[in-house]
Design a protein around this ligand. Structure first.
Ligand SMILES: Cc1cc2nc3c(=O)[nH]c(=O)nc-3n(C[C@H](O)[C@H](O)[C@H](O)COP(=O)(O)O)c2cc1C
Length: 485
């Protein structure tokens, strides 16, 4: 194989892709990093994930152990006081909720986000010295700065962000390394010409005694077009260290096709020639890159290396391994569907409130969220801000109750077919909110490769992340790392 770009902890052959909410948790990321590749925790909605772990009794005590290491006094104690239930929720009562994000929130709310991302990264890094990354969605703007600072307090080594254009993130990482404030342009609908809004996070308000600089993580932008890679390499407000080039077969959200949207007979977006990334143009940028989407195989790794990539980013194969955060019953159901050739992947252009196509797993016996769900918006990560007639900022989500969305100036057409990703994805990891009519139902996502996972699975009912890595490396001559301490 092509060995021109050598692999190293900073240039791994395999990146285990970030998978939200809580699918790529600290257990998975730690296992992957300890095997010598790059493990990545998901930082999306990590505050809710952590307070729900506390309310479910924090089995094993991991969250509380990490909380003890948080350097800002009082924050962890207050989270434990408010959310920790030693015996779990009584009679599976509903989870206690966090206040939803807004442009400006209380210091305590910001600190909870910092604490949560600190906990997840600290746990993933605990007991070894190999790099760990965190993944965030650019479009989920409001919690991102506090999440990044919390992750940096835990020494995160890589930040990987897509789903939007993360132009201002590299500069924010530079600022946070020196505990300086950082701002992002806040995307608000309905601003008048020339008007701008921003999101600001100032570490010194929370951690006035911070003196030692933090190490600045490497920043990898996840993109689906070489033009975007070029723009980021030239115009980001700080250093971009590499790219993940993600194609439309990848699990989770996909970039929409370029040009006018046309759909196949299943209602899925049709991708064409214009969506193929020109890797020659990416190579010319001179930065390392990894290919993602449908390349989770030894052949995929080989082809990526031959094309000049440092390696591959893989999601789907890792999502179903024993260490991932997906609920055990969902894993078992989907894997048995795979063995019976009974799974389908639908790329749904409407489901996600973000407006990006989102891949949904369909398998017999998996009771997924559908249009019968009684709409309620109480997690609110995908709410978008708008300028209300009163002049204030309001927040709306096309998956919230239709009347409320329309009353906030939203177009009723935007609400059609939308799913509540926030509650669906929380249900995927065994943290469904309890409603009067039962638990929230899951919304499982995977890449197109799920249907062919049977070849890797063989007769097994389960597999570990180490087995995934051994399989992916099997044509390279590289091997699993020795003990990492
Ligand atoms: C369950 C699941 C959740 C995902 N969530 C995210 C996410 O939160 N952020 C992100 O950037 N990518 C997300 N992805 C994409 C992966 O990080 C990765 O790029 C992709 O899965 C690679 O393609 P593959 O699925 O064919 O292996 C997700 C993928 C899966 C399967």
């Amino acid at each position: 194989m092509d060995t021109e770009s050598p692999s190293s902890p900073d240039n791994p052959l395999i990146i285990q892709g970030g998978m939200g909410i809580g699918v790529s948790n600290w257990v998975l990321a730690r296992a992957v990093s300890m095997s010598g590749q790059l493990g990545v925790v998901s930082g999306t909605a990590i505050d809710t994930v952590i307070v729900r772990r506390l309310q479910d009794g924090d089995v094993g005590g991991h969250v509380r152990t990490a909380i003890e290491q948080f350097p800002i006094p009082g924050v962890g104690e207050s989270a434990i006081r408010r959310y920790f239930l030693p015996d779990g929720r009584p009679n599976a009562a509903p989870y206690k909720m966090l206040p939803m994000q807004k442009q400006v929130v209380s210091a305590a709310r910001q600190q909870l986000i910092m604490l949560a991302s600190f906990v997840e990264v600290w746990l993933a890094k605990h007991g070894h010295d190999r790099p760990v990354g965190i993944n965030l969605l650019t479009k989920v703007q409001m919690p991102n700065l506090a999440t990044l600072y919390g992750a940096m307090l835990a020494g995160v080594d890589f930040v990987l962000m897509g789903a939007g254009i993360p132009r201002e993130i590299p500069g924010a990482l530079d600022a946070f390394a020196e505990h300086r404030p950082a701002s992002l342009k806040f995307d608000v609908a309905g601003l008048s010409a020339g008007e701008t809004e921003s999101l600001t996070f100032d570490p010194r308000l929370h951690f006035p005694n911070a003196s030692t600089p933090l190490s600045r993580p490497r920043f990898l932008a996840i993109v689906s077009a070489h033009s975007l890679a070029t723009t980021l390499a030239r115009k980001a407000n700080g250093r971009v260290d590499g790219f993940i080039i993600e194609g439309p077969t990848a699990g989770g959200h996909n970039a929409p096709p370029r040009g006018e949207l046309s759909l196949n007979n299943l209602g899925e977006p049709i991708y064409g020639e214009r969506d193929v990334v020109d890797l020659e143009k990416v190579r010319e940028l001179g930065l390392p890159f990894w290919i993602a989407g449908g390349v989770g195989s030894p052949e995929g790794l080989r082809a990526a290396r031959a094309a000049g990539a440092a390696g591959i980013q893989v999601g789907t194969l890792f999502a179903y391994c024993s260490e991932s955060g997906l609920a055990a019953d969902i894993k078992a159901r989907v894997l048995s569907g795979v063995r019976a050739n009974g799974v389908r992947i639908l790329t749904d252009p409407r489901a996600s409130p973000t407006g990006y196509p989102f891949k949904l797993v369909e398998v017999d016996g998996l009771d997924s969220q559908d249009e019968r769900r009684v709409r309620v918006c109480d997690l609110g990560y995908l709410r978008t801000p708008y300028r209300a007639a009163s002049g204030k900022l309001g927040y709306r989500c096309p998956a919230e109750p239709v009347d409320a969305y329309v009353a906030k100036g939203g177009d009723v057409a935007d609400t059609v077919g939308r799913r509540c990703l926030c509650n669906g994805l929380a249900a995927n990891i065994g943290q469904p909110q309890r409603r009067s009519d039962g638990d929230e139902k899951p919304l499982v996502t995977s890449g197109d490769d799920l249907v062919s996972l049977g070849g890797f699975l063989g007769g097994r009912e389960r597999y570990s992340s180490t087995e995934v890595i051994e399989y992916l490396l099997s044509q390279t001559g590289a091997s699993i790392a020795g003990p990492a301490v």
